[in-house]
Design a protein around this ligand. Structure first.
Ligand code: RP5
Length: 167
């Protein structure tokens, strides 16, 4: 790497461990809650807006290359007839957490069913409707299996829950 390519002093180029896919920019207000949680646990992550229906080739490319880029866990949030998490889970051995999103005329029941009702062989770990924070906490817990520092932060977080939840 030449001097010109070096990151600015004080910044770091970390390999993202969690990949967050969001079906639409309109979903960002909910799904950006994932990033706040992952920052709390000091877990490098990346977020992309990409639709299983409008950008199927981009979803395919992302899912097939995530593991080789160092991603360990994926979070996918989308609304309506949500196929994002399932489409990703079909293309990778990485664990996929699905976040059904409300905002449709069916208030997320459509997305909940299409996320959680995966056929046998292609699991998606599904959290509550709009459960972006829990998705990020679960991703952190998956990483914590092999990372004692993250595990310690999760135990501290769980202790803090007794005082009420503060993301
Ligand atoms: C889904 O359709 C998105 O995840 C979003 O929740 C819903 C509507 O998308 P936009 O029309 O707002 O882009 O694909």
């Amino acid at each position: 790497m030449s001097d010109e390519e070096q990151p600015p002093e004080g910044s770091s180029v970390e390999v993202p461990l969690v990949g967050i896919l969001v079906g639409s920019a309109s979903d960002l207000p909910v799904m950006q809650q994932c990033t706040a949680i992952l920052e709390r646990f000091q877990i490098p992550h990346e977020l992309r807006v990409v639709s299983a229906h409008r950008n199927p080739d981009a979803v395919d490319e992302y899912a097939r290359t995530a593991e080789e880029r160092g991603i360990v866990c994926l979070i996918c949030g989308a609304g309506m007839a949500n196929h994002l998490a399932g489409a990703v889970a079909a293309r990778t051995a990485l664990p996929v957490i699905g976040v059904p999103l409300s905002g449709s005329k069916l208030s997320g029941l459509d997305s909940l069913f299409s996320t959680v009702q995966m056929p046998t062989g292609v699991p998606v770990a599904t959290v509550a409707v709009d459960g972006a924070m829990n998705a990020a906490i679960l991703a952190a817990q998956i990483l914590a299996v092999r990372d004692p520092e993250v595990r310690q932060r999760i135990y501290e977080f769980k202790d803090s829950l007794a005082e009420g939840f503060r993301p």
